[in-house]
Design a protein around this ligand. Structure first.
Ligand SMILES: *[C@@H]1O[C@H](CO)[C@@H](O)[C@H](O)[C@H]1NC(C)=O
Ligand SMILES: *[C@@H]1O[C@H](CO)[C@@H](O)[C@H](O)[C@H]1NC(C)=O
Ligand SMILES: *[C@@H]1O[C@H](CO)[C@@H](O)[C@H](O)[C@H]1NC(C)=O
Ligand SMILES: *[C@@H]1O[C@H](CO)[C@@H](O)[C@H](O)[C@H]1NC(C)=O
Length: 536
């Protein structure tokens, strides 16, 4: 922590906004049911505290690898039983949840199974175990789906011989085989119905990138179509945005996500993606404290049921179950105004504004609102946030209006601290970044963000901070050169808040308005992805 900045002066008077807020951020689960229930289903995700192989670099026999995976499968089986008991129709397990991480190309060998292509053949590994050798994991997963009568999505390691059946002409890896990080899906009778190979690997020496991005979906009788992605994929155009642009509005996201505040914590980006793409996201993460992995959830554009462990919590798995509306427009047959996310558990359920755009006079902050005196003195500084050089201006005083630009990309903020503040000794900054992120992955960004600085000087802005006491009403906006902008509001102690109002207008202007926070503001973000520049 950095001391040494003088205390901000406190406003004595209560400030009244000139605008009237039109939508309620929360609806309580106890509200009366709508007259006609929209079609819905029960989804479950399991955050798995996996049993690791302590020596992933040492090759082991198939028998030993299976013994290891069966320990994790035993946990899957227990969770499937619980999920079924709670009415789940689909259950998602995380990435790497059976074998773990940090294998080499050869040391993972014992863990590999050759997964047949469900687009080429129908196979139920539980009822037809003899069709293929060396498929014990597939058989067990299939039997779990069948026994508990639910769709099961799991992640495992696939070995495909050369030449690849789907792309016979693509050149084979030097050791003569393909190895893929793979999602498999089993229907509720145990049939293998989908197989997806991860496109965007994240330091995974044991796996190959498929020669072509795979756009994989499967159909269910209870909710129509779901699309598949894995972990790092969520930040890229392929397959994620292609799925969405083909009309897939329910995505399944096994992940092993290492958290990175202030902008890319697991649950924060899961929610941001769900809101930005207006889709349902079923996200299952690993729980591992040493690797900073936690944060799973069931997100719709109207509700979020999520879990994020905090320091000191016992390191254990967590099953989340929620009833959510069907979002497949073809399955529903007609557009249903599903404003009510019926959420079980301790979850938030919120009323989305109709179309994400603003119809009420004055429902955005007036742009002619006088700026605070402090604005005239605001100076910019640059500090690194998650390895990107953000340009920041500090917030001064309890209300005001600020701009900050990184090159020609500009962000605007109007803010008002909720009074009285318990503790106003917290520093906030408005940050802008336009450029290509190049550390541990390469992706082009335009980001506007309001963050709590870790300390009390400008150099601390952008560092990780998890707690805050300052509640703020704000309007954050930017003019983006992309239509892919993912919004999030993260409050103290890893609590997500639903932005009260989002507006996308012509010419790329995106604004997010929020008020009446339930906790202190850690960060608010408009995370713009410039997919078209990724390969520039
Ligand atoms: C915020 O809280 C105030 C005071 O409790 C209330 O009058 C107002 O309606 C709330 N605004 C929204 C958008 O919920
Ligand atoms: C992989 O191994 C390296 C060192 O060998 C270690 O620092 C790192 O934490 C490991 N990563 C995982 C995901 O286990
Ligand atoms: C499975 O392995 C056994 C023993 O190696 C072999 O006899 C059998 O033909 C194999 N079955 C298939 C379907 O490959
Ligand atoms: C998001 O999806 C809902 C429900 O399918 C739809 O009513 C709404 O218009 C969509 N919002 C936007 C901004 O596309």
């Amino acid at each position: 922590m950095q001391p040494n900045l003088k205390r901000k002066s406190r406003e004595e008077t209560m400030f009244l906004f000139v605008v009237v807020f039109v939508s309620l951020p929360f609806t309580s689960a106890a509200e009366p049911e709508p007259v006609v229930d929209p079609p819905s289903y029960v989804a479950a995700v399991y955050e798995h505290h996996l049993i690791l192989n302590p020596e992933p670099h040492v090759p082991l026999s198939r028998t030993a690898a299976l013994q290891h995976m069966h320990q994790n499968l035993d946990i899957y089986e227990e969770q499937a039983a619980q999920a079924a008991q709670r009415g789940a129709q689909i259950l998602v397990f995380p990435e790497d949840g059976l074998q773990g991480f940090n294998f080499s190309r050869t040391s993972i060998s014992g863990y590999l199974e050759t997964i047949p292509d469900p687009q080429q053949e129908r196979w139920n590994p539980c009822t037809e175990p003899d069709r293929y050798n060396n498929t014990e994991v597939l058989q067990r997963l299939s039997c779990i789906a069948r026994r508990y009568k639910l769709y099961v999505v799991a992640n495992m390691a696939d070995l495909q011989p050369c030449p690849l059946k789907t792309h016979p002409s693509s050149s084979c890896p030097p050791d003569g085989r393909w190895q893929f990080n793979t999602n498999v899906v089993f229907s509720s009778d145990g049939q293998l119905v989908a197989r997806y190979h991860k496109q965007n690997l994240y330091f995974e020496n044991s796996f190959d990138t498929p020669p072509q991005p795979e756009i994989i979906t499967f159909d269910t009788p209870f909710a129509g179509k779901f699309g598949l992605l894995i972990c790092f994929d969520i930040l890229f155009h392929e397959p994620t945005v292609t799925l969405v642009e083909r009309g897939v509005r329910q995505l399944i996201f096994p992940t092993a996500w290492m958290n990175q505040l202030p902008l890319l914590d697991s649950i924060q980006f899961q929610q941001a993606f769900s809101l930005g793409a207006n889709v349902t996201l079923l996200a299952a993460n690993i729980r591992n404290d040493r690797l900073i992995m936690t944060g799973s959830g069931i997100y719709t554009p109207f509700s979020a049921t999520y879990h994020h462990a905090k320091t000191g919590d016992p390191e254990e798995g967590r099953l989340l179950v929620a009833r959510v509306p069907v979002l497949d427009p073809l399955w529903v047959g007609q557009s249903v105004a599903m404003e009510e996310g019926v959420a079980k558990e301790k979850s938030m359920s919120y009323r989305a504004t109709d179309s994400g755009s603003c119809h009420q006079e004055g429902c955005l902050f007036s742009r002619t609102e006088p700026t605070s005196a402090a604005d005239a003195y605001s100076t910019t500084s640059t500090s690194s946030m998650m390895y990107d050089p953000f340009t920041f201006v500090l917030l001064k005083g309890t209300k005001g209006s600020l701009n900050v630009c990184d090159g020609t990309f500009c962000c605007h903020l109007q803010y008002q601290q909720q009074l009285p503040q318990v503790n106003s000794k917290e520093l906030y900054a408005l940050g802008a970044f336009a450029g290509t992120h190049i550390v541990n992955g390469r992706y082009a960004l335009q980001v506007c963000t309001l963050v709590r600085c870790a300390g009390l000087n400008a150099a601390s802005c952008g560092q990780e901070v998890e707690e805050a006491e300052t509640k703020m009403d704000f309007l954050l906006e930017g003019t983006f050169e992309t239509r892919y902008v993912y919004p999030s509001v993260l409050a103290s102690h890893m609590v997500l808040e639903q932005p009260e109002h989002l507006d996308k207008s012509a010419h790329g202007r995106v604004s997010m308005k929020h008020s009446n926070m339930s906790g202190g503001l850690v960060s608010a973000c408009l995370y713009g992805r410039m997919y078209h520049l990724d390969h520039a």
